[in-house]
Every structure is written in structure tokens, then in C-alpha cells.
Design a binder for this molecule. Structure first.
Ligand SMILES: *Cc1c(COP(=O)(O)O)cnc(C)c1O
Length: 378
């Protein structure tokens, strides 16, 4: 059996070890320490925000953002439907109600048109949404200007889920710098990783300080353990922050490498009738965290997303369907939904190709050869 090619696996650069070693040698094996402070500063400098708190996951960051925005039981929160469940689950942690909004076809992210429809309808029904969570899926920046204009018009705060988009830019500005809060993830499959981890970013010092307080079991500033609110154990370890500091040094290169993966696949497969790739629109730069391909079975002899996936799997190559929209998930079946089912079609016909930065040219050749051969034989 040939070596397995993974969808997106961790890729260390070597700089991580010195920071991890220092934490070990100085015995800061704890959820406080120099690596954490420095990693948070690195994130602020890179993204262009004033404050950041590193956390145990991106999901924790979204949860804290909702709490800081005052989301409580019965509140409604608008969320992009076409995303990973980490964007939406925290709405339920707060016993709030998710309102799902579908995507538009240019970026596959939140449709401004359906966003406005949803807001108007929810207000008409007497429950104005408390927050909006939008996503830059697969690294492709959403229609930020349009989304923000609508949200600002109704004075609804925005949570920018940039978990997949560190290093992507919109009109030259880094993603993660737009929302009232922004969220990053350093899970093992993301563009840079701390094995698991996340961060909450923002420009309001008091709010990010409050997030840090809530993430540390909401410990009041007295000598004994005193708690006047319920907190969480959401902080990042100083060891993992050391990995993050090392990874930040190579981030720009990783963005370039992911973009090269996309270009390679597009060059090799883009002219096969029935296969198509999502392209950047004007003014955006995607980190192309994952390269995705859409399959049109009518144009390609009945080949489907699933038949390509199984073909690749038989060659020990991992690929994955696009995210299954949240409004189709059994756990969210009762949640209101606004859209025209575009994301259902993307889920049905889209595939994520292996996109790790540690793939060799030979690995990438294996992937395109398998797909080309399969499409030719069909
Ligand atoms: C990965 C991811 C998250 C959550 O991150 P975790 O660190 O895994 O909790 C949230 N939203 C999106 C879109 C993601 O891809």
C-alpha cells in the first residue's frame, strides 16, 4: 500500500522546539507564561488588532464572544449555515436560538441578501438578533463590506469566524481584523497549529480582559478563590503557545504553499469538463487553506463527488466532502433557515482535496493522476 496522503496534517518548521524547551527548562508548564504573552502579541501584530487572548480552542473563543455580547437564553443569533459545527454549537451552549443563513455563490460565505431578509423577518417576529457569526470558509474571505454594512445598519454586532482564514486578506487587510470579535483556531488541521487551540481577538481591551477572566474560571481578584460569576477553563497551555510562536514564524510561507497547492490542482485539473474551482474575486486573497473542487456529474459521465472520494480512498488518499450545512444537521433541524439551498448543492457536489503544506510534489502528482485517470476512464 502506498503511503497515506492526508487532507491537511500538522507541519512543524523547527522554530517551535526552542520555545517549548524554554517553557520546560523554566518550568512554566502551566496555562500562564512567556510563550502565551508573546504568542498573543504575535497574533495582534500579524492580524492588526490591539488585543488577543489565546484559548483552548476556536470553539471556546466563539463561546466567550457570545457571552461578552450578552447572548442569553432565548436570544437569537444569526450564523452562516455552511460551516463547521464549531461556529454554531456555542449558540446552544448559551441556550440561544441559531438562525441559519445560506451562502452566495461567489465566495460560498454568508449571503448578504439572505442576511438582510433574516434580520428583517426576525425583527418582524419580535426578536431582534443579538449577534451575527460569519465565516471565511476554506480561507476565502466573505463579502465583508456588504455584511458589515447590513449589520451596522441594524446595529447588530459581528463575530468574524476566521478559524480557516489566518493569512487571508480583504482589500489588503488581514482577516480577523474586521469583526467586533474575531476567532482563530489552531487545531491540528488548520494552516498553523498548536495541536489544539484558538484565540479571541478584538480592539476593546476591557472586553478581551473579561474574556481572559472568564476563561480562567472567573476568579475574582482576592487571595482566596472567590467566584461571583460562572467561568470556564478555556486557557491555552504555555507549552502549546510555544508551538504557536514557532508556527507564526512560518505562517507567510504556509500561505504561499497552500496557494501553490491550489494553483497546482487548478492548472492540472481545471480544464477537465465538469470540474471547477472557486476563484478569488477582486480585492481578496485567500490562504486557500483547503483546495476544493466542484463536480458536475451531468458533464462528467456520471462521476460524482462520492465516487471520486472513494477512488482516492482506494489509493490511500484522504479527501472529504465540503461541510454539511448546519440547517441540514439533525441537531439543528428545528432552527429557522433563510436561503435558497445553495450550500446543499455545494455539500452534494464539492470535495476538499489533500491540501497539506508537507505534501511532496510526488504526493500531489499521485492525487491528480488518480483523478485524471478516473475521469478519463469514466
Ligand atoms: C476549526 C473551526 C472552528 C473551531 O475551531 P476548534 O479550534 O476546532 O474548536 C470554528 N469554525 C470553523 C469554520 C472552523 O473551521
Amino acid at each position: 500500500m502506498k503511503k497515506r496522503i492526508y487532507l491537511s496534517s500538522p507541519h512543524m518548521c523547527g522554530h517551535e522546539l526552542a520555545f517549548v524547551n524554554e517553557a520546560y527548562e523554566t518550568n512554566w508548564v502551566a496555562p500562564v507564561g512567556k510563550n502565551i504573552d508573546n504568542f498573543e502579541q504575535d497574533l495582534c501584530n500579524y492580524v492588526g488588532v490591539n488585543h488577543a487572548v489565546s484559548l483552548s480552542s476556536g470553539t471556546a473563543a466563539i463561546h466567550l464572544a457570545l457571552i461578552l455580547l450578552g447572548v442569553v437564553t432565548g436570544d437569537e443569533v444569526i450564523c452562516q449555515s455552511f460551516t463547521f459545527c464549531g461556529s454554531a454549537n456555542p449558540i446552544l451552549y448559551q441556550k440561544a436560538i441559531p438562525i441559519f443563513v445560506d451562502s452566495e455563490s461567489e465566495t460560498w460565505n454568508m449571503s448578504p441578501e439572505f442576511l438582510e431578509k433574516a434580520i428583517k423577518d426576525r425583527i418582524k417576529k419580535g426578536n431582534k438578533p443579538k449577534a451575527i457569526i460569519y465565516v471565511h470558509l476554506y480561507g476565502m474571505p466573505a463579502k465583508i463590506h456588504e455584511i458589515h454594512k447590513i449589520a451596522d445598519g441594524y446595529e447588530i454586532p459581528l463575530i468574524e469566524d476566521a478559524a480557516e482564514a489566518l493569512g487571508s486578506t480583504y482589500k489588503g487587510r488581514q482577516s480577523g481584523s474586521f469583526g467586533d470579535f474575531a476567532v482563530l483556531s489552531f487545531n491540528g488541521n488548520k494552516i498553523i497549529t498548536t495541536s489544539s487551540g484558538g484565540a479571541l481577538l478584538g480592539n476593546d481591551k476591557a472586553l478581551i480582559d473579561k474574556a481572559r477572566f472568564l476563561a480562567t474560571q472567573a476568579r475574582d481578584p482576592v487571595p482566596h478563590y472567590e467566584h461571583s460569576t460562572i467561568g470556564y477553563n478555556y486557557r491555552m497551555s504555555n507549552i502549546l503557545a510555544g508551538i504557536g510562536r514557532g508556527q507564526m514564524r512560518i505562517l507567510d510561507k504556509r500561505v504561499e504553499q497552500r496557494r501553490n497547492n491550489y494553483k497546482f490542482y487548478n492548472d492540472e485539473l481545471g480544464n477537465i469538463e465538469g470540474l471547477s474551482f472557486l476563484e478569488e474575486t477582486k480585492n481578496v486573497k485567500s490562504n486557500y487553506w483547503l483546495t476544493t473542487v466542484l463536480i458536475d456529474p451531468r458533464k462528467i459521465g456520471g462521476i460524482t463527488r462520492e465516487s471520486i472520494r472513494l477512488k482516492l480512498e482506494s489509493e490511500n488518499i484522504e479527501s472529504r466532502p465540503l461541510w454539511k450545512p448546519m440547517h441540514m444537521q439533525p441537531v439543528f433541524k428545528d432552527a429557522p433557515y433563510y436561503g435558497d439551498r445553495l450550500s446543499e448543492n455545494l455539500f452534494e457536489n464539492g470535495l476538499c482535496l489533500p491540501s497539506g503544506t508537507n505534501m511532496t510534489n510526488y504526493d500531489k502528482q499521485r492525487v491528480v493522476k488518480a483523478i485524471k485517470k478516473y475521469c478519463r476512464d469514466a
